[in-house]
Structures are given as structure tokens and as C-alpha cells.
Design a protein around this ligand. Sequence first.
Ligand code: SF4
Length: 390
Amino acid sequence: MAERRKTKPVYIGDVQVGGDAPVVVQSMTATNTADIEATLRQVDELADLGCEIVRIAVPDKEAAAALPEIVRRTKTPLIADIHFDYRWALAALKANIHGLRLNPGNIRDPEKVGTIVKEAKARETPIRIGVNAGSLPPIDALADDELPPPMHQRMVDAAMWEIGLLQEQDFDLIKISLKAFDVPTMIQAYRDLAPKVPYPFHLGVTEAGTPRAGSVRSAIGIGVMLSEGIGDTIRVSLAADPKEEIPICWDILASLNLRQRGPTMVACPTCGRIEIELIPLANKVEAHFQKLGAPITVAVMGCVVNGPGEAKMADLGIAGGKGRGVIFRKGEIVKTVNEDEFLSALIEEGDKVIAELESGANGASSNGADGSVPDPVIPLQEIPASTTER
Ligand code: SF4
């Protein structure tokens, strides 16, 4: 992992984005914003799953009119997503929204942008300059022999144009996103802009697709950036219920040892050596610890090949074999149980790990922020015969 890019932090409500803050998880409601009850319900559902900032579309007068009540009735920091009509940005600011997203591709009048910035500055409300490859400003007329600039360059140019408008008014509560469907384009745009400005970046692959492909595209685009130290907040954009986006965000952060919420599952893919019913067990264990939300790393492994090593490195683990399994807690073997007791034994030992985590004893999860893991080697004599017989 590269050293984190240094950025000037902004606050969306009480959530810090940039500076030394952890990478923040975001999503966006898919409700009709004018339906206040449905929107608030979805904001709460997203927040319960670990979404730390929620964006809300403000496409018309009815949506703008709903904002004062929506802002008043939730503690979750909200960002108003504004396109085309600057009046909805002003209405959102008057409703005490915690942040704005403006698209430089569709509010092009510098005077109107200036009016928004003046009001945002008075209220100290941050603005995200949200560039999207699908809605870029038009290209200036080209000479006959001139090629159009590449997409990533156009995205950076659009961001720099609007950054200039904001800076003209000494406004620096800025956050920037450069989203494209094409992952290499998105990566190149963020890389190019990173050395030019000190502002935090919101990362995302836009319109990433249906859950399977969209999760993969997002994990690659966002993951590459975060591994280069670039990025302060993330959103996974899926053509799905937005609640599906939040666990993916957390899995991306956990995969890079940046943050963890809920279980991180180490589970073997199974093969011809498997001698226990592993897949249902792994799913049940994940569901159980997901409900508890505790940052615990659990290894569910099918045999003695990698089982004891992985189970030993996790907070909690099982290495199965011939209908029996060895349970590990914090690197130590605690018991050997029969297959019908696997789930209950893991839950029982997991409760002890969570109690330790909550009391601050025994440090953080083994898959912690520093990425350190204990020695994976386990002496063979510690493995009961029942797991080594094959
Ligand atoms: S841990 Fe064992 S059962 Fe699981 S994939 Fe590896 S060799 Fe196969």
C-alpha cells in the first residue's frame, strides 16, 4: 500500500472526509425524494448497514421542498445531488443540507455557480465537484488536424474548470469525484488530478452495472486507487437496491486492511479433499456475525492442508476433517467438535472473541488496520489425529 495522499479535510455534518480520517462509506437513496417517509426509511436502512454519508437526488421543486423535513429528522449526514438547476442547490443549502454535489457538465453558467458558492461559503457547507464521463462539458471547437482530448483528460479539465470557479471566491471546502464506467479511464483521471489539487477524493466507478459485474468493476477501480493511497470516501454504484452497495464498500476496505465492519470471512473454495459440509456452514457463520456487526475475522476451512494455518491466523476458525473439526480462537486450539456442533461451537467461541474486542482486551482483529498477522505455522502435533487421517 502506498502512503496516503495528503488532503485538506472537509466535514459532511460530523463526518470528516480527507486528512487523517478513515476512508468513509457512502451511498445514495433510490426513492422519490419528495416521498419523505420512504426516503427517511432508506436513509436509516443504509445507515444501519454502515453507510456514513447518504446522497439524495434533488431533481425538482417537490424534492427540494422535502429537504427541510428530511434533514431535520435524521442524524445521518446528507448530500444533495444537484444537476441542471442551481435553484435546487440554493434550496438545499437553506434546508441545512450537510453537503452539495454539483456536476460541472450541466451547471455551466459561472454566475449561477458563483451564487451557489457564495451561499455555501456563508454556511460552510462543502461542495463535491462530481465529474461524470457521461455528462462532460462540450469540447471546444477543434482544428481540422486536431484530435479530441482523451476522456480522462476531459474529466480532469472539467474538474479544474469548476475548481477555478470555487477558488475565485476563496472557497476551499471542496471534494472531487471523477467517475467513469471504464475502469482504466477512471483510474487515469484520478491519478492525473491527484498531484494538482489538495482536495479529498470521492472514488467510484459510475453506473458500474448489475451486482456481480458492478461489484467487481468497483472493487478493481476503487481498490487500485486506495492501494495507491488515493481516495478519502467511496461509493459502489450498483443497479440494485442501494443496501447491496454497503457490504461491498466494507469488503473493499477490509480487503485492503483499511477498515473492518462485520465479519471478514476466510473460507476455502472446497475441493476433492473436503470432508465436511463447508459452504452452508460458512454462509450461516457469516450471517450470524454480520448481524452482530463485530469486526471479527473468521476462517471456515475444509481440511488440514491450509485449514489449521488459516484458522490459526483468524480471530476464530475451524479446520474440518472426517466429520470433525478443530476450533481455534485467537491462534489457539480450544476444542475439537463433531460436525453437528460446528455452528454452535463457532458462535460460542465467537462470543468470547467479541467480548474481548469490546472490552479492548487482546487487541484488534487479527486482520487489523496494520495488516499484521501472527505466524501461520502450526506444529503438526497440535492437530488431532481425526483431522489428519485421510
Ligand atoms: S482447505 Fe482443503 S478442502 Fe478446502 S480447498 Fe483447500 S485442500 Fe480443498
